[in-house]
Write a protein of this length. Structure first.
Lengths: 292, 130
C-alpha cells in the first residue's frame, strides 16, 4: 500500500467543504469493504480491542484500515487524538493502516465526511475497515448507519449503566463485547447482556452474541473475530443490502444538509437572529434552495 | 491559529515522564490544531511511521534525556527513508543553549527550551506552519 498517498487523500477529504464533496463524488455508494464499527463509553477499551483485533485479522491478502475518531474541542476547534497510545503494536504491521480523525462539527460519535473517508479507503482496496467512534454515552448511534457490524464494548463496572443504555447503544449492537473480563462483576454483566440479547438485535432475526475479552492480556480475540465472521455470514444471507445502501445515502445527504445549514447560519448577519423565529426559518430555507 | 493543522507530539528515546509533552499537546489543541500523541519511549522509526500514516504537517520531538542531537538525526533519517525528507520537525525539552544551533543545523525548524513561554512556542509553530 502507498501509505503517503492514502494519508493525503484522507486529509483532503476530511477538510473538504460541502461544495467540494458534492463536486468530487457522485458515484453510487458501493461497499467493497466490510465495515466494523467499535463503539462504547470512554475508557471501555475500544482502542485496545482494535489493536488486538486488527493484528489478528489483517493479512497480506486482507489489508485492514482503522479510522479512530476523537472529539474536537467546541471551544478551540482543535483536538487531542489519543487512540495511537493503545495501538502501538500495529504501527509496524505492513497490512494495517491507522488514521486518527477529529470529530469536527459532527456530534453523533462520528466525524465530518465519514462516508467519503470510507470511500477513499475502499478505493485503495482495503478489505476491512474498522471505525472507532468517539467515546459515547447513551444516544450517539450513527455508527449503525455506516458500519456493517456494530460492536459495543463494555466493562464489568458498567453493570448499573446497562439498564439506562438499553434503549440506545445496546439496542443497535450486533455483538456485545465485555472487555476487562478479569475484573469482578464480569459474570453478572454478561448474564444481563445475554438477557437483552435474547430479545434480538437491530436486524430482525439476529441475536447478538455476548463475547468476553481481556484486551490487555490478549484473551478472547479469537472469540471476537469468530463472532464477526458469523455475523458477516448471517448478514450475507439475511440482510437487505438495497435498504442499507438507501440508509447510507440518507445519512450522507443529511450530514451535508446539516453542514450547509451551519454554513448559512454562520454567514447570516447578527440582526438575523433578532427577527421572528418563522421569518428566520424561512430566510435560511430560502437561501438553502438558492444554492447550486 | 492552527486550524486544520495536524501535529504529531512524540517522545523518542528513554525519557521517564511526559508532562512537558502533554502541556504542549494541550496548548496546540487550544490553538486549534489536531494533535496526535505517541506515548512514551518510542523509536525514531516508530515516530516516522506514524507521521506518514497520519499525514501530519509537523513532528514535535520532546526530549529530556540529553540525546536530542542523535534522536533528531535518526528521526530525519527514518523520515527520509519513507520519502518524507520535507517534514517539518520541532525539537523541545531540556536543551542546553550551546546545542540549539547544532539542532537547527541538523534540520530542526525551531527549538523550544524550558525558559520559553507557551505563548511564544505556539506563535512560533503557527508562523512556521502558516
Amino acid at each position: 500500500m502507498n501509505r503517503r498517498q492514502i494519508a493525503r487523500g484522507l486529509t483532503k477529504t476530511l477538510n473538504a467543504s460541502v461544495d467540494e464533496i458534492l463536486a468530487s463524488s457522485d458515484e453510487p455508494i458501493t461497499s467493497s469493504a466490510v465495515r466494523i464499527g467499535i463503539t462504547g463509553a470512554p475508557g471501555a477499551g475500544k482502542s485496545s480491542t482494535i489493536a488486538r483485533l486488527a493484528a489478528y485479522r489483517a493479512k497480506p491478502t486482507k489489508q485492514l484500515a482503522v479510522l479512530a475518531i476523537d472529539p474536537s474541542s467546541p471551544l478551540s476547534g482543535g483536538s487531542l487524538l489519543g487512540d495511537r497510545i493503545r495501538m502501538g503494536e500495529l504501527v509496524e504491521n505492513p497490512d494495517v493502516y491507522i488514521r486518527s480523525l477529529p470529530s469536527r462539527g459532527t456530534n453523533n460519535g462520528l466525524c465530518n465526511n465519514i462516508p467519503e473517508l470510507i470511500n477513499v479507503l475502499e478505493s485503495h482496496g482495503f478489505s476491512e475497515i474498522i471505525l472507532e467512534t468517539v467515546g459515547v454515552g447513551q444516544a450517539e448511534y450513527a455508527i449503525r448507519n455506516q458500519a456493517d457490524i456494530v460492536i459495543l464494548v463494555m466493562q464489568p463496572e458498567s453493570g448499573d449503566t446497562i439498564q439506562s443504555m438499553k434503549a440506545g447503544v445496546v439496542e443497535m449492537a450486533d455483538i456485545l463485547l465485555v472487555n476487562k473480563d478479569d475484573l469482578t462483576g464480569a459474570d453478572k454483566v454478561c448474564a444481563e447482556l445475554a438477557e437483552i440479547a435474547a430479545r434480538g438485535g437491530r436486524l430482525e432475526g439476529w441475536f447478538p452474541p455476548v463475547v468476553r475479552m481481556c484486551a490487555t492480556n490478549n484473551k478472547g480475540v479469537k472469540s471476537l473475530s469468530d463472532a464477526i465472521d458469523q455475523t458477516i455470514s448471517w448478514q450475507a444471507k439475511h440482510r437487505d443490502n438495497e435498504l442499507i445502501a438507501q440508509q447510507r445515502r440518507r445519512y450522507q445527504l443529511q450530514s451535508l444538509l446539516e453542514r450547509r445549514i451551519d454554513e448559512l447560519l454562520d454567514e447570516a448577519a447578527p440582526s438575523f437572529l433578532s427577527t421572528s423565529l418563522s421569518k428566520g426559518f424561512k430566510t435560511i430555507t430560502a437561501r438553502c434552495l438558492l444554492d447550486p | 491559529m492552527l486550524k486544520n493543522k495536524r501535529i504529531l507530539v512524540a517522545k523518542p528515546g528513554l525519557d521517564g515522564h511526559d508532562s512537558g509533552a502533554k502541556i504542549i499537546a494541550l496548548a496546540l489543541r487550544d490553538a486549534g490544531a489536531d494533535v496526535i500523541y505517541t506515548g512514551l519511549r518510542k523509536t525514531p522509526d516508530f515516530i516516522a511511521r506514524i507521521a506518514i500514516d497520519e499525514d501530519v504537517d509537523a513532528v514535535g520531538l520532546s526530549i529530556l534525556s540529553g540525546s536530542h542531537v542523535a534522536l533528531l538525526q535518526q528521526t530525519r533519517d527514518s523520515l527520509r527513508e519513507m520519502g518524507a525528507e520535507d517534514m517539518v520537525i520541532f525539537v523541545g525539552g531540556t536543551i542546553p543553549p550551546q546545542d540549539v544551533e547544532t539542532l537547527k543545523q541538523g534540520g530542526a525548524a525551531a527549538v523550544f527550551t524550558s525558559d520559553m513561554t507557551i505563548e511564544d512556542t505556539i506563535n512560533k509553530v503557527s508562523s512556521i506552519l502558516k
